[in-house]
Write a protein that binds this ligand. Structure first.
Ligand SMILES: [Zn+2]
Length: 176
């Protein structure tokens, strides 16, 4: 499940009592304000791409394109770390977050999300290295960036909607 896509829009005003209470609660559990989480996620994603994908993503994806999202909490516990997305065109996008474990600390997790040829959802593909990215892109090239639907093991229904990214044309959000 993708954390970005399941974060509902905030239904209260930034100057409402609830917003204020949320800030107090975040401070009480020692959490960064949402804005700082977003900034941190954007910086983290851009840095990872420059460091690990110097010949591909670093050339093609401007660091300003990343849009950050705060972490997602569930029942008070941190369910997903803050994340950032970058739209690539053609309905594809990148998702970057950190996987944090007590044993190993923080690891970058980069995912390429591509619309499925069936038109009903997206496939998410974890990218480990620049070589893997090149292989995946080569596979997607004949279908112009669409992931081939597999009836035997459909993997295109976990992500059904592209993220809303400010300034991006509306038409880019639809799969068709
Ligand atoms: Zn499909």
């Amino acid at each position: 499940m993708d954390p970005v896509l399941h974060t509902p829009a905030r239904p209260y005003e930034p100057d409402s009592p609830l917003a204020y209470l949320m800030e107090i609660a975040a401070a009480a559990v020692d959490e960064e304000p949402e804005d700082e989480q977003r900034d941190g996620a954007e910086t983290g994603a851009a840095h990872h791409v420059y460091a690990a994908y110097a010949y591909s993503l670093a050339q093609a994806v401007d660091s300003a394109v990343w849009q950050g999202y705060p972490c997602v909490r569930e029942h008070g516990a941190r369910r997903f770390e803050a994340s950032a997305v970058a739209l690539l065109g053609g309905g594809l996008w990148l998702h970057h977050t950190l996987r944090v474990t007590e044993a190993d600390g923080a690891h970058d997790v980069l995912t390429l999300i591509a619309p499925c040829t069936c038109g009903r959802g997206y496939a998410d593909i974890t990218i480990d290295t620049e070589d893997v990215l090149m292989e995946i892109l080569a596979e997607l090239k004949p279908t112009y960036g669409r992931s081939l639907h597999d009836d035997q093991a459909p993997d295109c229904h976990s992500v059904q909607q592209a993220p809303a990214v400010a300034g991006w044309p509306r038409s880019a959000r639809s799969i068709g």
